[in-house]
Design a protein around this ligand. Sequence first.
Ligand SMILES: *Cc1c(COP(=O)(O)O)cnc(C)c1O
Length: 454
Amino acid sequence: MSKAVKYSLAEDQIPDHWYNIVADLPEPLPPVLHPGTGQPIGPGDLAPLFPMAIIEQEVATAREIAIPGPVRDVYRMWRPTPLYRARRLEQAIDTPAKIFYKYEGVSPSGSHKTNTAVAQAFYNREAGVARITTETGAGQWGSALAIAGSLFGIDIKVFMVRVSYDHKPYRKAFMQAYGAECVPSPSDETEAGRAILAEHPHTTGSLGIAISEAVEIAAKNDDTKYSLGSVLNHVLLHQTVIGQEALAQMEMAGAYPDVIVGCTGGGSNFAGIALPFLGQKLRGGNDVRIVACEPAACPSLTRGKYAYDFGDTGHLTPLVKMHTLGSTFIPPGFHAGGLRYHGMAPLVSHLLALDLIEARAFHQRACFEAGVQFARTEGILPAPEANHAVRGAIDEALECKKQGVSRNILFNLCGHGHFDMTAYDEYLAGNLTDRHYDQKQLDHALGALPRVGP
Ligand SMILES: *Cc1c(COP(=O)(O)O)cnc(C)c1O
C-alpha cells in the first residue's frame, strides 16, 4: 500500500483576504436588472434582503477583500483544509497523471458551505439583524448556516425542498440541533408557497420555490434578512479561501495544475477552487484548463440558455444573466440534491461565455461509480454532488492514459457523503436509474424567459 501524501498548511497560512476575480476579468459582468424597469439595480434595491457590507461585496471591484478577524477565528476550527495526492486512485486506474484533491469535508457541516455561512452570519450580526431566512436543497446549506447562526447568535429559518425534507430526516435534525427552524417547501407560510401548492399539491418542490419563500419572509419583516448559499458574487468570493490555500499547497507539491475540476450546482465550490488559479492566468501566469462538471439531469451550463432570468420560481428576485434552464423548470428528483438549481452563478456563466472555462455533464450512475472507486482507494466517501468532480477528474486521468501523457489534475472534494447514505444504498442495490429531464418542460421553461436586457 502506498503512503498517503498530504499537504498541510500552518494555521497562520489561512488567507487574510478573499480573492475577487472581477478585478481581473477581460470583460465586465453584465449588469443585474430590475424586473420592473429593466434597468440596472442599485445597492438600495437589495437593502431589504442583505446587510450593506454584503451588498458592497456583491458589487466590489477591488482584487482583495480583507477577511474580518472574527471570521478568520472561526475558520481556524477547520482551516486550512488538507490537500492530498490521490496516489492509490492513480494506481487503481493506472494513469500517468497526478491527481490532487482539496478536501472541504473537514468543516463542521461536512462541506465547503461553512466558508460563506460564517462570513454571512458575521456581517448580519454586525448589522444588528435578528433572523436570517434561507432555502436549502439537499440540506448542506441549511446545515452550514445553522452552525454559523449558532456561533454568531442569529436565528435561522430554513425552507427545505420538500423531496429532501422527506428523504433526509437527519438533515432536519442536524439543523434543529443547532437551534435552526426547518420548514418543508413549498409551505403554507408564504404567498409564493401557497400559490404553488394550489396548482401542484404533490410537488417535490424546487430550490427556485424555496428561494421565493425565504425572500418573501425577509422582504416582509424588518428584523429579518435573506441569505443565499451559492450563485451570488459574494458567495463565490468567500469560497476563494479554498483556491488560495490550494495554490500554496500545489506549490508545496511542486506541481502546478494543468486541469482543475469542480462540480457545479450554483457554482460556488467550483469557483472557490478555480478562480484564484484563473486569476493568475489572467494576470499573465500559467495556463490552466478549468472544467465544470454538472448533472445531465439538470444541465444548465451545457444545455441551458445564456440569458436574463429570475433566480427564483416566484419571480421576486432581480434579473441576472446566467446559463439557465428557465426559472419554472423543475429538475427530476435525482440524488445530488445540491445540484438541482435551474440557473448558474452569473460569474461562472460569464467565464463560460468568454471560453475561460469548459463544462461537461454526467449521469448519476457514472458519478456514483466514480465515488465508490474513490472511497475504496482514497478512504473518503464523497458527497453525491462531489462525485461529479470525481468522475470528471477520473475521466481526465483516463484521457492522459490514452494519450500517454502525464498531467497534474486538481479537483475539489467539496464534501463528504455521510448524510447521503440512502443514495449510496440505492446505488449499491442497483436501484439507481439515470434520470432524464423532460425536454418539453425544458422548452416550455426556456420559452417563458423574461424578455429584457441587451
Ligand atoms: C451545495 C453543494 C454543492 C453545490 O453548490 P455549489 O454552489 O455549486 O458548490 C456541491 N457540493 C456540495 C457538497 C454541496 O454541499
